[in-house]
Ligand binder design. Sequence first.
Ligand SMILES: Nc1ncnc2c1ncn2[C@@H]1O[C@H](COP(=O)(O)OP(=O)(O)O)[C@@H](O)[C@H]1O
Ligand SMILES: [Mg+2]
Length: 299
Amino acid sequence: MPLPGRVIAFVNFKGGVGKTANVVNIGACLAKYHGKKVLIVDLDAQCNSSLWLMKPEELEKHNQDLHRCSYQIFRDKIVGSSVFDFVKAVVRGVPRREYTLIANLDLLPSAVEMAMIEDQIHQIKSVSAFTILYQALKPYFGAYDYVFLDCPPNLYTVSKNALFAAQYCVVPYIPDYLSLSGFLVLADMIDEFYNRLSGQMTVRRRPQIAAFIINHFVRQRNVFETGVNEFEIMINRLKENGKIHPRAQCLHPYIRFNVHVAESTNEHLPVILHKEDSMGAMDYADLTQNFIRHFEVTL
Ligand SMILES: Nc1ncnc2c1ncn2[C@@H]1O[C@H](COP(=O)(O)OP(=O)(O)O)[C@@H](O)[C@H]1O
Ligand SMILES: [Mg+2]
């Protein structure tokens, strides 16, 4: 039985590859240009998607009550409480201004306290340590067309919770030489994790890596062209081995490095609201069309 919404984990144990940039900017394009209802779940102690879509003082105020963030979902399981309340925790219609900018984009913020979860979670020994997020959020998935899980830059327990909760994984990738071997390790680790937990997923299709998003692409540079070509060869090999989804692909266009994407973080706005005619905004708008086709038609 498929989940009602498409729950997608954006995952890569490398930092700075565009997990958060993709979650925020594809999420914003889906909501603003295509009327999709989108929930972003920030799972990173660095709170980057929260701080991209909320001003620091807004986030600080929201998180004065830690029950209102993704941290509390894990905390509840560790201490045996049940105080997380999704309806109170979710911030509706981000980024918020005096008037509505994007009505359909919701955020479940993170908190720096997430950094402590990894040490504490080992008190929970069984595989149930990986199902915490899914159990807490599954009643709410149905209200959304897309739920994006913004993972921390590692594959520890919180990320594994995202892998378990997701229907699909998206791997953001910067196509330079050193990333390729890292990606192979990542694909193996995700495959192994799903093999290990397949018994827990009997009612759901086994999630798999279903798409790649190339970021920081510079067309005139051979290193990136070569990097993408080698990456595509690797993807085909992994498909043959059944380690990723048989119709997984690198979505087009590749996202080019664009200063307006970086700048938009300071403004706490997705790039389409910060500078709609920028290369970054156009890349993300085009990519989102292909993203919808991929997830709603191809897969
Ligand atoms: N296409 C791009 N052009 C310019 N800057 C980008 C682009 N994509 C991401 N960035 C910037 O690079 C930094 C790292 O990206 P981020 O999405 O936070 O990576 P991750 O979540 O994988 O750690 C962020 O500060 C972001 O603003
Ligand atoms: Mg991030």
